[in-house]
Design a protein around this ligand. Structure first.
Ligand code: FHN
Length: 433
């Protein structure tokens, strides 16, 4: 199969990448939900009444919890308010097209039934049902593509794969890691990709010091069992199908490779009761439209609470995003990236056929000028209302006359119907950039 290669600067060979039609749905859909849920969710950022710094799912390491004690968290994992159907429905109603769920995070605990390791939801918890099986069924009901997160490198419950001795927290050993690969990680990935029907993505994370042959062992296994699966770049050693940006990081200019930005709604992935740094829905709509304009995917996280319920703050924000998507989703789905490589301070542009979508998230008041677009504009209007927008030319500038107040304060879309494919005088644009 045709795997795009990234060069040293983490770029994918675009030609190779674009010839892989298995990427088509992923490029068209653009918007996914990330879910971080596990034993750590019960801690809410606290260990023995002490608030622990850092991201919630790292509490095992940050609080230096002895492995046996951490494992006791399984005894209280009852998930009494968990409704995986509601998780999937929430993704659907928010306009997301795929989901990626933590099947096993760095703590080593599996949300699925594993025959090779009993630190899993069925064998170790009072909930005792396979959450991944339940969630997969819900995703199929709502026609969502399915992605499995699997921490292939760090496993803090496994001696030699990062775990067990917090005085030397990165306790890897050659033999221990090999055992972990052979006895746990590879067999579990096989279980995940064998037991739940068609899986669309496998989301590996933080490859650390993995060797190329180790990354390839995961890649080859995944492709062997699920030939059309998309493998994330953090499988390591440039062998994955696309680039995951650094967490919460969006590119400054449009990359020429497939990329995805994993993004938190506050400062943590797993739920923390004291983290109130919620991003606004408007900001997240900027991130979504900006990602699409830059040719990338936006993977927005929720961290359900220990009981399985989704924080109301996340639900509220997703409602705003979902309502916006109901009116404007054509600017995201199947839309081509911006014909401009540079970013704009007012938002981002996507493109489909003879339409350019100006996704305006920072309202410029009265007028917006675009430099370097060569095409004739036949028609300009607000997508939501259909109301006309007046345009004029001032030299290399296309000028749009806008009302003082944004029709939609989160993100207003203006459609430009242009003659032909967009032509941008990049040389001129770059001079100004
Ligand atoms: O260490 C993890 C972290 O907990 C979280 O899962 C993120 C999501 O992208 N990945 C790692 C850090 O990059």
């Amino acid at each position: 199969c045709n795997i795009p290669q990234k060069s040293q600067d983490n770029k994918v060979d675009v030609e190779a990448s674009q010839s892989t039609d298995k990427m088509e749905w992923w490029r068209n859909d653009r918007f996914g939900m990330f879910i971080h849920f596990g034993l750590y969710s019960q801690c809410e950022g606290y260990w023995k009444d002490e608030s622990i710094g850092g991201i919630g799912e790292w509490i095992f390491k940050h609080a230096k919890i002895p492995v046996d004690e951490y494992k006791e968290l399984a005894n209280t994992f009852t998930c009494e308010n968990m409704d995986v159907d509601a998780w999937a429905k929430l993704a659907k109603e928010s306009g997301m097209k795929y989901v990626v769920i933590t099947t096993k995070h760095h703590d080593g605990f599996a949300l699925f039934h594993s025959k090779v390791n009993d630190f899993n939801v069925v064998d170790a918890t009072p909930y005792s049902k396979d959450i991944i099986a339940e969630f997969v069924e819900a995703c199929r009901k709502y026609d969502l593509k399915i992605g499995f997160y699997y921490s292939q490198y760090q496993d803090w419950s496994y001696q030699g794969a990062g775990g067990n001795n917090w005085d030397k927290p990165y306790a890897w050993s050659k033999e221990g890691f090999k055992n972990y690969m052979d006895e746990k990680a590879l067999p579990q990935v096989r279980e995940l990709l064998t037991n739940y029907g068609k899986i669309d993505m496998i989301w590996f994370d933080t490859p650390g010091k993995m060797k190329k042959e180790e990354s390839e062992a995961f890649l080859n296994l995944a492709k062997d069992v699920q030939p059309k699966i998309i493998v994330s770049g953090r499988v390591g050693n440039d062998v994955g199908d696309y680039v995951q940006m650094e967490d919460n990081d969006l590119p400054k200019r449009r990359p020429d490779f497939d990329w995805e930005a994993p993004v938190t709604m506050n400062h943590t992935w797993a739920y923390k009761r004291d983290d109130h740094h919620w991003k606004s829905a408007g900001y997240m709509l900027w991130q979504l439209t900006y990602s699409a304009a830059m040719g990338g995917n936006y993977l927005l996280n929720i961290g359900p609470k220990g009981d399985g319920s989704v924080p109301q703050e996340s639900v509220n924000r997703l409602k705003v995003i979902g309502d916006w998507m109901k009116v404007n989703s054509e600017v995201i789905y199947e839309a081509d990236p911006s014909p401009f490589v540079n970013a704009f301070n007012w938002g981002g542009i996507t493109h489909k056929g003879n339409k350019l979508y100006l996704n305006i998230t920072d309202w410029p008041k009265r007028q917006l000028s675009i430099f370097g677009l060569q095409n004739k504009v036949n028609k300009a209007y607000f997508l939501a209302s259909g109301d006309a927008v007046e345009t004029s030319r001032e030299g290399e500038y296309l000028v749009l006359a806008l009302p003082d107040e944004a029709p939609d304060r989160n993100a207003t879309v203006v459609v430009l119907e242009i003659e032909g494919e967009p032509i941008v005088n990049q040389a001129l644009v770059q001079k100004l950039d």
